[in-house]
Design a protein around this ligand. Sequence first.
Ligand SMILES: [Zn+2]
Length: 181
Amino acid sequence: MAVRKVITLNDERLRQKAKKVKQFTPALKQLAEDMLETMRANQGVGLAGPQIGVMQRIFVAEIPASRSGTDEPHPQSGTSYILINPEIIQSADVLVEGREGCLSIPTWYGLVERPEWVEVRAQDLNGKKIKLKVDDLLARIFQHELDHLNGVLFIDHIKDREKLWQVLPEEETKEMTETAV
Ligand SMILES: [Zn+2]
């Protein structure tokens, strides 16, 4: 396994559309492992292929089970997800606003409105079709990562400049970094 370099805003690849995965090879499994390791090394809760310069439709997500301090673990924590060729097939009419950050836009956070749940169709590492319905934080992460596969960033959803702010590393709390995807 290897931690890959996360590319940032100035890299054009973040604005390109990723290509469908067609071959379910050992190399794809290796890529997924590297993505999980890279996400964890950066205290992220999600990571999409383009963020490490891999222009394929794959993302990983995981809310850590344990946090420092006395916080209760998030109810959706402890499961790691690897989604290949994901598509949203249904989503809630109700939008909810929540805080987001992005490993590719370090130190910036914003409030983004998104459907409160989504149903996603995807493939697993063996190419098997899977369907998942997620809500709350996972729904937000999945939508953020799916955007990355289409060259869209969370800042694109923010029209009101007051809903976007910068937190310098020394002011960052654990809670804030946990919303970075
Ligand atoms: Zn991101």
